[in-house]
Design a protein around this ligand. Structure first.
Ligand SMILES: CC(C)(COP(=O)(O)OP(=O)(O)OC[C@H]1O[C@@H](n2cnc3c(N)ncnc32)[C@H](O[C@H]2O[C@H](COP(=O)(O)OP(=O)(O)OP(=O)(O)O)[C@@H](O)[C@H]2O)[C@@H]1O)[C@@H](O)C(=O)NCCC(=O)NCCS
Ligand SMILES: Nc1ncnc2[nH]cnc12
Length: 287
């Protein structure tokens, strides 16, 4: 029998397997949300010629063990170097599954760190990890390493664009323990559901809240600073008009998505942050 099956579940009942499963489900929640500005859904490829839903599903399948594995590493108190090795191996499996297309590199980084933090919290606290505890664990265990890492010269197009424009890319966001995730995305999703929006409506409104404030390096890479600022203004205006929960909300969301595609803009960082917000709600509720 697998050793994992012999392990007494963490006092909270949130085993690394449950933490990891929540990450896979959250990434599927994001992929299946439609319409999404410029992003891949189950029915269209958005602003992408190089990937579609099948690419994302193959990528998700290749990551099916990674999130549980990195949660287990966090539960054991692994240092950042070990997490990074886990992430690099997962990126290699993703690229092998997608034929070299970058579907989830940012999600491997962001959700990988969050799963590791959840593993640490479950072992230390014996409770379902609440947002603030997750954030504290990120800072306490890997804050210094993430801060040092964010000073390294970026090697990816998004990170290079972010550095050029003085933006907070994925590495800087992680070094701050994901402020947009915990201060914008999770509250927006929670409040939308509390207002009675359906899960789909709440996720869509939350995506617009994230696009309106995130320094999404994918947008900066593809559209420059003008493209990023146009996307942020467009998302903010949609929300100021009342967001998705209006008779004309869905039609407007489709029209905005067509504008993003015309400009070849794709907010991949916002998509990952939405998935992470869905994941935070799942694990905080005990997965
Ligand atoms: C740590 C890395 C993520 C690299 O660090 P860097 O800071 O250089 O990262 P960025 O380039 O800024 O962003 C990398 C990906 O992270 C997502 N993202 C973008 N902006 C943000 C943000 N502000 N906050 C959080 N996350 C952000 C985004 O990922 C998603 O989009 C990608 C798919 O979209 P697409 O447009 O197709 O992207 P490309 O193919 O690159 O562009 P095109 O050619 O199509 O135009 C996909 O990755 C989504 O997940 C950014 O792309 C990390 O890469 C790294 O160094 N990894 C090494 C392993 C490691 O350290 N792992 C740690 C495990 S805990
Ligand atoms: N659905 C999606 N489309 C394009 N890029 C993404 N990055 C993460 N999710 C994505």
């Amino acid at each position: 029998m697998r050793t994992a099956a012999l392990r007494a579940p963490a006092p909270s009942g949130l085993t690394p397997a449950a933490i990891g499963r929540a990450a896979t489900l959250a990434l599927h929640d994001e992929l299946s949300l439609t319409p999404k500005p410029g992003l891949v859904t189950l029915i269209d490829a958005g602003s992408h010629e190089d990937m579609d839903a099948h690419t994302f599903l193959r990528s998700l399948f290749s990551l099916r063990r990674y999130f549980a594995r990195i949660a287990e590493a966090g539960e054991r108190g692994a240092d950042f170097a070990l997490l990074e090795q886990c992430g690099i191996a997962a990126e290699a499996r993703m690229l092998a599954a997608t034929g070299g297309v970058n579907t989830h590199r940012g999600a491997i980084f962001m959700l990988g760190l969050l799963c590791a933090a959840a593993g640490a919290v479950c072992r230390e606290r014996g409770t379902a990890p609440q947002p603030q505890r997750l954030r504290d664990a990120l800072r306490r265990h890997w804050g210094e390493a993430l801060a040092a890492r964010s000073l390294r010269p970026p090697r990816l197009p998004g990170g290079i664009a972010a550095r050029r424009h003085g933006l907070r890319g994925a590495s800087e966001e992680a070094a701050g323990a994901f402020p947009i995730l915990f201060e914008t995305a999770v509250p927006a999703l929670t409040q939308a559901l509390a207002r009675g929006l359906t899960p789909t409506q709440a996720r869509l409104d939350t995506l617009f809240h994230i696009i309106a404030v995130l320094d999404d390096s994918n947008l900066a890479h593809r559209g420059g600073l003008d493209g990023l600022r146009w996307a942020q203004r467009t998302a903010r205006a949609f929300l100021d008009r009342g967001g998705i929960a209006r008779p004309e909300g869905l039609r407007e969301a489709h029209a905005i998505s067509e504008d993003f595609v015309r400009r070849r803009l794709s907010p991949g960082g916002a998509a990952d942050t939405l998935a992470a917000a869905c994941w935070v709600r799942r694990v905080s509720a005990g997965a």
